[in-house]
Design a protein around this ligand. Structure first.
Ligand SMILES: [Zn+2]
Ligand SMILES: [Zn+2]
Ligand SMILES: [Zn+2]
Ligand SMILES: [Zn+2]
Length: 304
């Protein structure tokens, strides 16, 4: 899908950076005996072998009920069970339909730190609710906000800012106002993967300004929008405006930046930004419609 056509002053670059390791932090755990007493100190370290027992030997994920076992006692997660054709993957014996209640109960008694502990989360969670917490944990790393390539890098905001700068060669600007020119020599070529990203830093935060061309139904259009490098609840504290015009006409957009938790594609496909029809874009460009020359100005401010 990605095009090899450079768009505007293209800032694409390849990146072979390995994503930071997100190790499952399963080595600190607590065994509670079954008298429904909560532990006073949940941080007591027990042998990591309990956690290893809870790792499915096939997919290596943590197992959740129903946990299955073969007649020899080898365990298997419920996701993998239908895929092993009733043969225990460890001993090849028939698997049958035996549940491993003992292991399920041991799992229920475990309390484990959030796997984003090394990102700053201090939460300790019962084994069975840990996954849910982690899917919403405020400390969970962000995906790289760079559009137009499949980049798998994840990290916290400071890490991603330097990643954008160093590995994607993204333009960085200080300040809350901007005045950008987008120039494309052959505006007849509009493809899905034409886009541009600039990062602005102001109010001690970072914002991603996206500009891209895409197909809206049959019509090629351009869209500009802002994303906030942080969580949604904080993004709501900011507003931004965008303006584009020429030949005595002007279009304006005012919006709220979207969190980079929302992918750029999701934001684009919800049209949450300044949308410029191609005809209008060429009109704004003036001249002979052979070249796209858009000037986008804008401002970010903090709501009181
Ligand atoms: Zn499995
Ligand atoms: Zn077996
Ligand atoms: Zn957490
Ligand atoms: Zn990236």
């Amino acid at each position: 899908m990605a095009t090899s056509n450079p768009f505007f002053d293209d800032i694409r670059s390849t990146s072979d950076v390995d994503p930071p390791q997100n190790e499952e932090l399963l080595d600190v755990s607590e065994l509670v005996d079954d008298h429904s007493q909560r532990p006073l100190k949940p941080n007591v370290s027990v042998s990591s072998s309990v956690c290893e027992l809870l790792e499915c030997p096939v997919c290596l994920n943590a197992m959740y009920p129903p946990i299955h076992q073969c007649s020899n006692g080898h365990t298997l997660c419920s996701g993998c069970k239908p895929r092993v054709h009733n043969r225990c993957p460890t001993c090849r014996h028939e698997l049958g339909n035996i549940r491993c209640l003992a292991l399920e109960k041991i799992a229920a008694s475990l309390e484990l730190p959030c796997k984003y502990q090394n990102y700053g989360c201090i939460g300790i969670h019962p084994y069975y609710s840990k996954l849910k917490h982690e899917s919403q944990c405020a400390y969970r790393p962000y995906n790289c906000p760079y559009a137009g390539s499949e980049c798998n890098v994840v990290g916290d905001i400071p890490y991603l800012v330097s990643h954008l700068k160093d590995d994607h060669k993204v333009d960085m600007h200080n300040g809350s106002t901007f005045n950008h020119r987008y120039v494309k020599s052959n505006p007849q070529e509009v493809e899905n993967a034409t886009w541009m990203l600039t990062v602005f830093s102001c109010f001690g935060q970072c914002f991603c300004l996206h500009f891209e061309a895409f197909q809206l139904g049959m019509a090629p259009v351009y869209i500009a929008f802002l994303r906030f490098m942080g969580d949604d609840n904080e993004a709501k504290n900011y507003s931004y405006s965008l303006e584009v015009g020429g030949n005595g006409r002007k279009m304006m957009w005012q919006g709220v930046p979207r969190s980079i938790r929302d992918s750029h594609r999701k934001v684009r496909d919800s049209f949450d930004g300044l949308i410029i029809q191609r005809n209008m874009a060429l009109f704004f460009s003036g001249g002979d419609r052979k070249e796209l020359k858009l000037r986008v100005t804008g401002r970010i401010w903090k709501e009181q």
